[in-house]
Design a protein around this ligand. Sequence first.
Ligand SMILES: Cc1cc2nc3c(=O)[nH]c(=O)nc-3n(C[C@H](O)[C@H](O)[C@H](O)COP(=O)(O)OP(=O)(O)OC[C@H]3O[C@@H](n4cnc5c(N)ncnc54)[C@H](O)[C@@H]3O)c2cc1C
Length: 689
Amino acid sequence: MLVAAFVIGGLGVVAAIGLGVAAKVFAVYVDPKIIEVSEALPGANCGGCGYTGCSAAAEAVVKGKAQPNVCIAGGFDVAQAVATIMGLSVEEGEIGLAELGCKYGQDTAHLLFDYNGVKDCRAAHRISGGGKICDMGCLGHGTCVRACPFDALYLGDDGLPHIIASKCTACGTCERICPKGIIRVQSPSRRFTHIQTEDDCVAPCQATCPAQIDIPAYIAAIGRGDYEDAVRVIKESNPFPLVCGRVCPHVCESACRRGHADSAVNINHLKRFAADYELHSGTRIIPTKLAATGKRVAVIGAGPAGLTAAYYLARLGHSVKVFEAMPKPGGMLRYGIPEYRLPKKTLDWEIQGILDLGVELQCNAKLGEDLTLKKLEDEGYDAVFLGVGAWASRRLGLDGELDFDEVASGTEFLIKRGLDQETPVGKNVIVVGGGNTAMDAARTSWRLGADNVYLLYRRSRKEMPANDIEVEEGEHEGIQYHFLAAPTGLIGKDSKLAQMEFLRMELGEPDASGRRRPVPIEGSESLIDVDNIFSAIGQSPDLSCILDEEVGQKIEQTRWKSVLVNEGTGGTSVNPIFSGGDCARGAATAVEAIRDGRFAARGIHLLLTGEDVKAPNKWLEKAPKLPGIDEGVEIEDIERAKMIELPVEERRNFDEVELGLTEEMARRETERCLQCGLVCYRGYRESAS
Ligand SMILES: Cc1cc2nc3c(=O)[nH]c(=O)nc-3n(C[C@H](O)[C@H](O)[C@H](O)COP(=O)(O)OP(=O)(O)OC[C@H]3O[C@@H](n4cnc5c(N)ncnc54)[C@H](O)[C@@H]3O)c2cc1C
């Protein structure tokens, strides 16, 4: 017994000596700092940071391979504690959120569905029920739900994962595990600088909208009464919802699938409804903004293009100063579009929201006179956005045109009004042209008291580029349209304008624009008595402001004398000068200027953060043409909401004509939206062929 005890005790001593020697030979030195950092981390070992556990993450921080805010579960306090140990400082970063790229589903994506003529999973489901087939969409297996270390995902009744925002730490586990690559962690900045690609599940309306607004999402938000969320969704792609809700030509509606069945959803007036809600709520919805980067950007021109670029650049943390030639910001939104369509107070409120982000504005500062591109470079600006619009007007080209004070361009007339200057008109006014400027000059003349306002357009009504609603409202207000007519001469009396001669036209072969060319009918001359003529036959950029110096002369121009830009990035031939809006496209629309401002802000941000300045792969600029809904498809009959308007007899003033939709009308209108998705449709087509 005693012997046995000695043997065991001896073995113990030998083992202890052996272990002691082994500990000396195989000892692993652990940096006390790693232990300290590791202890500051929560110890959940969730792997959300991308390292195998908290010790591995701590080691990465100490070795400088990870930032103090490596722990996504720990939040700001943990990051600060780690930073203190490391002798570093930490700034509060953006809060990201997981987001599902496939927005629609019923059962699982691989169920074959009888589409009944509707080539879209969600629209098909709304009309007839059933599943869908889509190679690219969510499988609905819930792998991401099981993998989420924070229980921030659950599988909904619709077969799709849903994210619980309050639990999501943006760790990215779901993004890494998703077999379809459609669940992504999106920070706000990643979201608002995103340019839609062919792989995004976007509805036809969104794919057609130049600003790429997530239209189904804001319609759905209005539908559930969450108007703030609707505004947030819109402002991710467009900082001008009040403006666009009033003046946008809404090409999105021409792509609306509902339009094939009865009439398109009233998308634009729903946008206006949400924007008006914010305006009248008394509380501005403040968009998120990144920490300051220390980079400075100069924006030339405070039109929608320049102000949109400023809005996104400020949100991305850059310091922005806007230089504007006129006394007030807004560009043609202020100096072109009249108050009865876009009240100045409404415009001011929208612009103030952009300035509130810290954007500095200097008015009465004209490039080419008060500042130059070289001066901006010398002052240390890191990039410039040029958004000077298209303010040069084309003349009629008639003899004596410049001799009569009563002949002016439509924009000269409207700009004068925008500056609150006197703009008297006589009894008979002729406006020449068929675009928005022509309509605004005509409807303004009527409001100023003209008895007869004639609008002469050399093509037919079908070819008029003005917004349809403008032509219609002009008709209600008594504008007298003379289609297929063009001016040929001016006749004066006592050195004042007295009459205009015009010719009748007929439509010939299509020209380069695809529209049928107007051809004069010989011998069809007529005369009209006239007191004022406003020509509105086209505007073009005036780039003289950049041509007075070497840098400006290097900026390449198109053959139409507009700035040549890379459409995907807004970059010009001179780095770091970017451009967009009317000065690059020629006179176009507000929403296109807004699109250009956002694209250029993204381009500038890429440049300032040292990344490749390029558009994403498979960038989706134009929506593919989609087939309609087969006849006979049953769809719930809901009449399209109609804008409430001021009666014609109350319109001889500059009060706003369109008064908005009521809440009830807006909520009902949202029920007409089919919530279409596009990827599902393409997936279906590919698998069907
Ligand atoms: C009468 C009229 C009606 C219209 N109606 C509609 C409509 O209903 N719907 C629609 O979508 N679009 C409409 N448009 C078009 C729309 O207003 C323009 O497409 C849009 O404003 C272009 O935006 P932008 O920022 O490129 O240029 P602008 O809005 O023209 O802004 C350019 C800015 O640059 C400033 N600027 C110019 N030169 C200099 C310089 N050298 N230095 C500093 N600043 C300078 C200008 O003062 C201006 O503020 C209309 C246009 C007009 C003229």
